[in-house]
Design a protein around this ligand. Structure first.
Ligand SMILES: [Zn+2]
Length: 416
């Protein structure tokens, strides 16, 4: 049997086991916030140890354990890092779930529960890829590392970023494969950036009848928001290969994320998310606060947008602006024509599915931590059914497809 046939045979034999594993993983709550991932991390570590693969826990903070491992192939070669997160979105009190969000129920050909698509499906694919490839290590050239991290939902400071910076030899790698939801007809090679800004507007305020005495802070906020929307037309330079790939992915993005998604993919979007001001209808407000979320296309940098924002704010002397850098990140991108993209395309096609197209994602993932350090990082995962909403679910066949794709692509990259 070739390594490819062997991997496919193992996955076929382990079908029920793989489904039970995902179901049990989902049934261990790991919402972030509050972000205590100890139980779910122990579940992964115990299972990996029982399979006889090298594994350890590395934690920057006690309640944020990262489950990691690394092994060598039979000869020298490249270093691939598998990456997935253990933490998931919280469950809101008002979310209308039709079953317990932490049931992990297996029903109707689906696994149900909070975090199953974002991203316990993809993290399970990384775990099983690591297990299967370890058994085939005599056929591999290079090294394979596993990083199951604890705090992706809050930016990755004590998970991915900490691992890369503290243990670069083990976890920086030459290339990264990650199973965040992507829709199986897309390979993500980049993601838009975020820029979060808070504006405070202060005026003297007055009685509502005495509008001659003070500027209205809410009126200024409204004008400011109007001006910020003007950023959506901002022009920027973009690498030609990236531009071509983004343009070619348009139809797939619209199919995957709904009509209109391709229209916002390659430009700035502005979204005021919070507004507060005023005390009473007959009082002219002297204060207003707005929080604005701005998304940057690949090719645009914070500095360029900030320069425009500063010009806008200067036009409203009563307004002050504070960037929230802890929740902002530059867009990230890597080569859309990299060897791993070719491997993923071929692997998916050979598994009998539509060849995926390289695309940029609207949301952010831990892949950015590698891309910002010049390491190409690719995402291939399941459809985000009800992601961050009630009744999140993954199709079992799609889950198994993601496991097959990750295991086969890893084997191909490491020369099996
Ligand atoms: Zn995620």
């Amino acid at each position: 049997m070739t390594p490819r046939e062997q991997i496919l045979a193992w996955i076929e034999r382990d079908r029920d086991e793989l489904v039970r594993f995902l179901s049990a993983f989902v049934a261990i709550p790991s919402p972030n916030p509050p972000g205590d991932t100890r139980k779910a991390a122990s579940f992964l570590a115990d299972r990996l140890r029982s399979e006889g693969v090298p594994i350890e826990i590395r934690s920057a903070k006690d309640h944020l354990p990262n489950v990691v491992g690394i092994f060598e192939g039979a000869s020298l070669g490249r270093h691939l890092v598998l990456n997935g997160h253990i933490d998931v979105f919280p469950v809101g009190p008002a979310e209308p779930w039709s079953r317990d969000p932490w049931s992990g129920a297996v029903e109707g050909g689906k696994v149900h529960g909070r975090g199953v698509v974002d991203m316990k499906c993809g993290t399970s694919a990384s775990v099983w890829t690591y297990i299967y490839l370890h058994r085939l290590r005599e056929h591999l050239a290079g090294r394979l590392a596993l990083t199951c991290v604890s705090d992706e939902e809050t930016g990755g400071t004590w998970g991915t970023k900490w691992l890369i910076e503290s243990y670069p030899d083990e976890f920086r790698g030459d290339c990264v494969l990650n199973g965040e939801p992507s829709v199986p007809n897309m390979i993500r090679f980049g993601e838009k950036g975020t820029l979060r800004l808070v504006f405070e507007i202060d005026t003297p305020g007055a009685h509502a009848a005495y509008t001659h005495q003070s500027a209205n802070a809410i009126r200024i906020a409204a004008d400011l928001i109007g001006d910020l929307y003007g950023l959506e037309c901002m022009r920027f330079e973009q690498d030609e290969a990236v531009r071509r790939a983004i343009e070619a992915s348009g139809p797939a993005i619209d199919r995957g994320l709904g009509a209109g998604a391709s229209g916002i993919l390659n430009r700035i979007t502005v979204s005021p998310g919070v507004i507060g001001g005023g005390l009473k209808i007959n009082m002219l407000p002297g204060h207003c606060r707005i929080e604005v979320d701005i998304r940057l296309p690949v090719g645009l940098k914070h500095a360029a947008v900030m320069a425009q924002v500063e010009t806008i704010v200067a036009g409203h002397p009563a307004a002050r602006m504070t960037p929230v850098w802890t929740h902002s990140s530059e867009p990230s991108v890597c080569d859309p024509e990299h060897e791993m993209v070719g491997i993923l395309k071929r692997t998916v096609r050979e598994l009998g599915r539509e060849e995926p197209v390289p695309a940029v994602s609207l949301g952010a993932t831990d892949a950015k931590h590698w891309r910002h350090r010049g390491v190409p990082a690719y995402i291939y995962g399941c459809t985000p059914n009800n992601m961050a909403k009630a009744d999140e679910w993954v199709d079992i066949e799609e889950y198994l497809h993601v496991v097959r794709t990750h295991a086969l692509a890893t084997a191909a990259y490491l020369g099996a």
